[in-house]
Ligand binder design. Structure first.
Ligand SMILES: NC(=O)C1=CN([C@@H]2O[C@H](COP(=O)(O)OP(=O)(O)OC[C@H]3O[C@@H](n4cnc5c(N)ncnc54)[C@H](OP(=O)(O)O)[C@@H]3O)[C@@H](O)[C@H]2O)C=CC1
Ligand SMILES: O=C(O)[C@@H]1CCC=N1
Length: 268
């Protein structure tokens, strides 16, 4: 793609997107320009990804075709004020922040600036992200294709109504954290049974990857796939009964509920 992409903020999520973009070869590292708060962060990122960097957010805002705002939600007020006069009408501004609305972006940048609200997740780093997108009404067909190409280069993409974005953030933006907790717990369980820790992490992660692929590739309902693992009077049903007793499913449903609430609160 012969376009430039800018990042304001170079933390965990920005690095995951950069890593995914560069690996996919959709964009050359020299066409990425990023800024952060500290020189230290920029030096590390330059070394790791060979992209261009600057401490000047305004320079990034002025120069790029796609501008990804990758700072924490509470930093948005300051950063948007700083860059407002620099963003060109042709630039598409992309927010990846939890709880930042299209309306907020338009109010702070100007009605005529094209905005995309997104929620990515960190598996973007290995090309297995999932991003939901809300597109500005002013975005044309070509721009839409280009935006989807960018996000598809490091995973899957879904267009979503804005009202569903807080729930999506809890379901996909945050859920890698829940899954890592499960992998860690599975490995602990394996270690308790004598499996060496290093092997236990690999085994647990591969089991989770395989199970996720089964859901995606067979189209079989997860409940039926679970039933297929539980032999009558077997071992798995013992584990499943214990998980039910410990509130496994409801703990995850509740986690997604409070996570969604927090995202809604940020946008208020
Ligand atoms: N982490 C995740 O899994 C996900 C995060 N997000 C969203 O991504 C955004 C960033 O989160 P995350 O990457 O976790 O945060 P991090 O804390 O890892 O990174 C924040 C970055 O912002 C930079 N920064 C702080 N102040 C400024 C400033 N005034 N100007 C320029 N850069 C600044 C920091 O610079 P320095 O390093 O120099 O201090 C840092 O690089 C959030 O809005 C979050 O909602 C969305 C989906 C998933
Ligand atoms: O924890 C957060 O606020 C961000 C948003 C989604 C994932 N991480």
């Amino acid at each position: 793609m012969n376009k430039t992409i800018g990042f304001i903020g170079c933390g965990n999520m920005a690095k995951a997107i950069m890593g995914g973009l560069i690996k996919s070869k959709l964009i050359l590292p020299e066409n990425i320009l990023a800024s952060a708060k500290t020189k230290d962060t920029l030096e590390k990122i330059e070394k790791e990804y060979s992209i261009k960097t600057t401490l000047d957010n305004k320079e990034v805002a002025r120069k790029v075709d796609y501008l990804i705002l990758a700072v924490k939600p509470y930093m948005y007020d300051i950063v948007l004020k700083e860059i407002k006069r620099e963003v060109r009408k042709e630039t598409i501004v992309i927010t990846i922040a939890a709880g930042i609305s299209m309306d907020y972006m338009k109010r702070n940048l100007g009605e005529d600036i094209l905005v995309v609200k997104t929620m990515p997740n960190t598996p973007a780093m290995v090309g297995e992200g999932i991003t939901a997108l809300v597109l500005d009404k002013g975005i044309n067909g070509n721009q839409k294709d280009e935006i989807i190409n960018i996000f598809n280069s490091f995973g899957k993409t879904e267009i979503l109504e804005e009202s569903l974005m807080d729930g999506f953030s809890a379901l996909c933006g945050s859920s890698p954290a829940y899954v890592y907790m499960m992998i860690e717990a599975m490995a602990d369980g394996g270690v308790m049974q004598g499996i060496p820790r290093k092997q236990a992490y690999k085994m647990a992660a591969q089991a989770v990857l395989g199970a996720a692929k089964m859901v995606l590739e067979t189209g079989i309902h997860p409940g039926e796939l679970k039933d297929n693992v539980c032999s009558p009077k077997g071992t798995t049903i013992e584990a499943v009964a214990k998980l039910e007793e410990m509130g496994f499913k409801s703990s995850i449903i509740e986690a997604i509920r409070v996570c969604t609430e927090k995202s809604k609160k940020i946008s208020e």
